[in-house]
Design a protein around this ligand. Sequence first.
Ligand SMILES: NC(=O)c1ccc[n+]([C@@H]2O[C@H](COP(=O)([O-])OP(=O)(O)OC[C@H]3O[C@@H](n4cnc5c(N)ncnc54)[C@H](O)[C@@H]3O)[C@@H](O)[C@H]2O)c1
Length: 433
Amino acid sequence: MNEFLKKCNIAVIGLGYVGLPLARLFATKYPVVGFDIDTTRITALINGSDSTNEVSDSLLKGVLKIANVDKEAKGLYCSSTPSEISNCNVFIITVPTPVDQNNRVVLTPLVKASETVGNVLKKGDLVIYESTVYPGVTEDECVPVLERVSGLIFNKDFFVGYSPERINPGDKVHSIEHILKVTSGSTPEIATQVDDLYKTIITAGTHKAPSIKVAEASKVIENSQRDINIAFMNELAKIFGLMNIDTQAVLEAAATKWNFLPFTPGLVGGHCIGVDPYYLAQKAQELGYNPGIILAGRRMNDSMGAYVASDVVKMMLTEDVPVKNAKVLVLGITFKENCPDIRNTKVVDVIRSLQEYGMQVDVYDPWANTNDVLNEYQLEISNTLLSKKYDTIILTVAHSSFLMLNFDDLLSECGVVYDVKGVLKSNRVKASL
Ligand SMILES: NC(=O)c1ccc[n+]([C@@H]2O[C@H](COP(=O)([O-])OP(=O)(O)OC[C@H]3O[C@@H](n4cnc5c(N)ncnc54)[C@H](O)[C@@H]3O)[C@@H](O)[C@H]2O)c1
């Protein structure tokens, strides 16, 4: 270990889906303070429980420090008291970067977290940002906050880095240490220090980008590329829907060519893919460029909830299932499979549209927190299946447990299934996206 690594005392600011796995991993080698403004989250973590399911109780308990007495000892101390990070010299910021109702960039959490760090920043300290942003946010938006609050001078008294996070919620194979990490720093020497630091925990290795802006841009285009590719699949699903051609069968045939990209149509929700392209688009617009392709992808993907509902109605009419007052079961409300994350889920758009057609909709999701769904979307859902028969079932999320369901038990005699994800084998499936 070089001298820099030997004296690293790390603070991770924001202990959500990204921050907690990172803090836990660093804590296996370094003293780490995990700071979050959410006191409920901190209490749960101190008790060894992660509601996001990204870190198992045993792994979390394996690094937890009950008190922050020996500040040099490796391990993770969680707190919502800002003064607890004052002894640290490396600050890693992993707070949300959402958009508002008009899809405009919201940098408030990044600014607030930078203020928290600015208050304790000392000469020689390093601040690394991991949140997904458009190129320029670290140096043009966050650094001025750090300078203002600390009174220190950038690249003389303190330094910054940017290292985007690439984890995938619910994915237990591509866990943080197994994903190659892009790193960068505000000077060539700092870039090497940042890279060295991540190399000590990321077994998959690192890629040192030539500048912070390059590293920022690389992350935002990864997610924008995915969004645009899925949007193209969604457009194909709409076209083939008009032609009564099975989209899944078309994709299966096309995928036999070596360079056909295996994307599938679907609902694009969550905190990243459906949000990050707006960051790049807004920056492009500020520079006078109209990002037509990026925004077309967003428009297409945001239209899919209403489209799925209309396609379900088409299926019901074809199968002679009455639409008005139909009893409908929606399977899944999280934004993706086998994960409790309900942020920005587009299943809500499907449910609202079905209700507008006069259907009675029940939602079953064993993964989602019912209170969170009620607070966020004013929707009552259930974690258990009700003993009811339904006229239509719509699989919206491919949770593994849904693949075992016996649809004959859940459907009325002429009931039918719509499979958004194209994963069900039941002969009661009459249509899919
Ligand atoms: N979720 C993912 O899979 C994922 C993957 C790659 C990148 N990202 C990016 O990482 C960033 C964080 O995402 P996330 O999913 O971990 O968000 P999250 O909402 O799960 O967690 C963020 C945490 O930050 C806390 N927080 C908010 N403001 C704070 C402040 N001022 N000080 C301290 N704590 C604060 C919140 O209480 C929350 O616990 C975002 O920019 C996101 O786009 C997320």
